[in-house]
Design a protein around this ligand. Structure first.
Ligand code: FNR
Length: 174
């Protein structure tokens, strides 16, 4: 199984990226979950540039999503919204359609007790309007994240259990 993990945070010590890294340890060995590293190189979405041939970083993102059996997204919330860099990446996929019928696992992590719930609701709407296969069972949040993940990247028992449940629904959707 070939998956792709996309973090909504560009921060080097991001909690959200760390949660994506933890997926590998919770999945069967046959699954690969590379983390997409190209977010910072994507141009700002501009419909005038959304023509063939697409800008190289955009073509690469589209190919990576098309090639994946499913996509994991883990994102912070900024000012009660979706981080601009992630929204920009998603906007590049609207016309090309790689999210159509693509199984997605969505996680939102935040140090706040709210767990990024406003960005999560918005991301669910965005992904579903783009045609992603996103059942409620493949969505969860990690509130108070700084207390849920160790410096070694290991998740606490409660978060691991929620992650495993979401991953099994995700694999079923694939
Ligand atoms: C935040 N943060 C934040 N958290 C939240 O739950 N709701 C919010 O609206 C915001 N807004 C916000 C704006 C800006 C500009 C910053 C820098 C931060 C806090 C945010 O959740 C926290 O910094 C996370 O640690 C970011 O995720 P990563 O980078 O650790 O993955």
């Amino acid at each position: 199984m070939k998956l792709l993990a996309i973090s909504g945070s560009l921060r080097e010590r991001s909690f959200n990226t760390a949660i994506l890294r933890a997926a590998q340890g919770l999945l069967p060995e046959s699954a690969s979950v590379p983390i997409y590293e190209g977010m910072a190189a994507l141009p700002h979405f501009n419909p005038d540039l959304d023509v063939e041939p697409a800008p190289a970083p955009v073509a690469e993102l589209r190919a990576r999503i098309a090639d994946a059996d499913g996509v994991l997204i883990c994102s912070p919330e900024y000012a009660h919204g979706v981080p601009g860099s992630l929204k920009n990446a998603l906007d590049w996929i609207v016309s090309s359609g790689e999210f159509t019928d693509k199984p997605v696992l969505l996680i939102n992590a935040s140090p706040s007790f709210m767990g990024g719930s406003i960005a999560q609701a918005n991301l669910m709407e965005i992904l579903r309007v783009m045609g992603a296969k996103l059942p409620d069972e493949t969505v969860f949040s990690v509130p108070s994240v700084s207390r849920k993940i160790g410096a070694d990247g290991v998740l606490d028992a409660e978060t691991s259990a929620a992650y495993k449940a979401a991953l099994s629904a995700f694999i079923a959707a694939i």
